[in-house]
Each structure stands twice: as structure tokens, then as C-alpha cells.
Design a protein around this ligand. Structure first.
Ligand code: ZN
Ligand code: ZN
Ligand code: ZN
Length: 274
């Protein structure tokens, strides 16, 4: 399993357009980027590729990284930064199965699968497959399991991708607070590579109108506001879940420049072979 981190940023990316903060300036100087979230997973045995989330930066990501176009796509949730790149597949491929959860979101009265189907009904290449959380399905030669996480007010899903032949396992939290249900945590555990939402350091919770949540024993908030984990929360979760290697993703430009590019915060283009 070859995993390429195509997009490791939050919804504005780093550098952020129009921003002259030291972190964005440092990113420009060093030529590093955190575009909107997307992960490319290639099955070396079958030659197939699965794309996790369709970033609005799809075109640039596929021009810059040496990865084949996806044979399959999975969408974790319907926020702009994870979905709006799907239209890029028009005229690039003849058809593309898109996998998404089938549970109805009480807020939108729609499942992720239904929302994708509705928004892309004009695009014949998109063919949506309803997937039930906790029920593994086969795609690109992998076994994939969606699990609910906590990203209010919308439903969102983390996932585990396993190669049934080699036993390699990639787990991703999706966009989530630290309040991931126990049965979901069990599916995300013991991965070779764990990608965890870590939008900002915990110290920034004082600037969020809702503060922080899910404090640890030392009083450090593991959730920023209600929707995302802090760096400390993501690392605490990685430790609990026994990940072999962890990369922090969905990273905002609000980290101080000195810590924004420190380990284990990911940048675009990183590649892992599991
Ligand atoms: Zn900035
Ligand atoms: Zn989101
Ligand atoms: Zn997001």
C-alpha cells in the first residue's frame, strides 16, 4: 500500500490567500504547502488507486505529485474542502465509483451518499455507492471500513483501509473532535500509519469562542471548539490507539511559524509505503 498525502491543510490551506502571517511567509519561503485535504492510496498489488476525499486543489495535486488518477473515490463528509474537487474528474475518467456513508444526517436529513448524489447528479462519471458504517467493503483491492466520528453539526466518518493480503493498515480520523465513539476507536486502532486531524495547538483554544473541550488530566483541551482535535488531542488519540506511525493533518496556518513545520505535522507530498 502506497500512501501519498496530497493535501494536509485545513479549509483555507497554507499559505492562505491574502495572509501575510509568519507561518504563511515561511511556507512560501520554503516552498512547502498544505493544500486542502486529500489522500491517495495506491494498491501496488492490483495497480488500482483509491482517493480519500476530493480536494478543491485536485488539479494542482495531481499535476504536482507522481500518482495515477483514482479508480475509486471515498468521501468522508460534505464540507467544501473534502468534496468540491469531485467535478475535476469530468473528462479525466469515464466513470468513477464514489463511496460514502448511507446513514441519514438528522441535521440535513440526508446521508453523505445522498448529498454527493444530489450535488453531482449532472455528472455522469460519478456513480455513488452507499456504504454502511462498520460494514467492511472491498474497493481497489482493499478492505475499507467507515466509522462515525464527531464533527458537529454534520456527520463525518473516519476510516480504516486494510490490505487483506499483506495486512497493511492505514487509519484516518476524518474531521473530528476528540469525542470519537469507542466502537469507532476500536476500528481505527493498531494502524501502520495513522492520519489525525490536528487543526491547531491546544494553546489556541483560548481564542475560540467556544474554548476547548475534552480536557486531559493536566487540563489540556484535546478538542478545539467542537469540530476538530488539537495537536495534543490528536497525539493523545494516536498514543491510545497504538499507531505505529502518526502524521498530523488538516493543519491550519495558526500554528506559530517555529512549530508549524515540526514533527509530526505533515506537509503535502509525503509518501509512505505500508
Ligand atoms: Zn497565514
Ligand atoms: Zn469538515
Ligand atoms: Zn475539513
Amino acid at each position: 500500500m502506497e500512501v501519498t498525502l496530497l493535501g494536509t491543510g485545513d479549509t483555507t490551506g497554507t499559505p492562505t490567500p491574502g495572509c501575510d502571517c509568519e507561518t504563511c511567509r515561511t511556507a512560501r519561503e520554503r516552498g512547502v504547502e498544505r493544500t486542502r485535504f486529500s489522500v491517495h492510496v495506491r494498491n501496488e498489488r492490483t495497480g488500482e488507486s483509491l482517493l480519500v476525499d476530493a480536494s478543491p486543489d485536485f488539479r494542482v495535486q495531481f499535476l504536482e505529485r507522481d500518482v495515477p488518477l483514482p479508480d475509486e473515490v471515498l468521501i468522508t463528509h460534505v464540507h467544501f474542502d473534502h468534496l468540491d474537487g469531485l467535478g475535476n474528474l469530468y473528462r479525466l475518467v469515464d466513470d468513477v465509483p464514489v463511496h460514502a456513508a448511507d446513514e441519514v444526517d438528522p441535521v440535513t436529513d440526508q446521508s453523505v451518499a445522498d448529498a454527493v448524489r444530489e450535488r453531482y447528479d449532472y455528472l455522469d462519471v460519478v456513480e455513488v455507492h452507499d456504504r454502511t458504517p462498520f460494514e467492511p467493503f472491498e474497493t481497489a483491492g482493499f478492505e475499507v471500513t467507515l466509522v462515525p466520528v464527531e464533527h458537529p453539526p454534520l456527520v463525518c466518518y473516519g476510516l480504516a483501509i486494510e490490505d487483506p493480503e499483506t495486512g497493511a493498515k492505514l487509519a484516518l480520523t476524518g474531521d473530528t473532535s476528540f469525542g470519537i465513539p469507542e466502537d469507532s476507536r476500536a476500528v481505527l486502532a493498531d494502524a501502520d500509519l495513522f492520519l489525525a486531524d490536528a487543526i491547531v495547538p491546544a494553546s489556541l483554544c483560548e481564542y475560540h469562542p467556544m474554548g476547548g473541550r475534552h480536557h486531559d488530566a493536566d487540563g489540556t483541551p484535546r478538542t478545539f471548539g467542537t469540530k476538530h482535535m488539537t495537536r495534543e488531542g490528536a497525539l493523545s488519540l494516536a498514543n491510545e490507539l497504538g499507531a505505529e506511525e502518526t502524521r498530523l493533518v488538516h493543519v491550519a496556518h495558526f500554528y506559530d511559524a517555529e512549530e508549524a513545520f515540526a514533527e509530526p505535522l505533515a506537509v503535502d507530498g509525503e509518501r509512505y509505503v505500508l
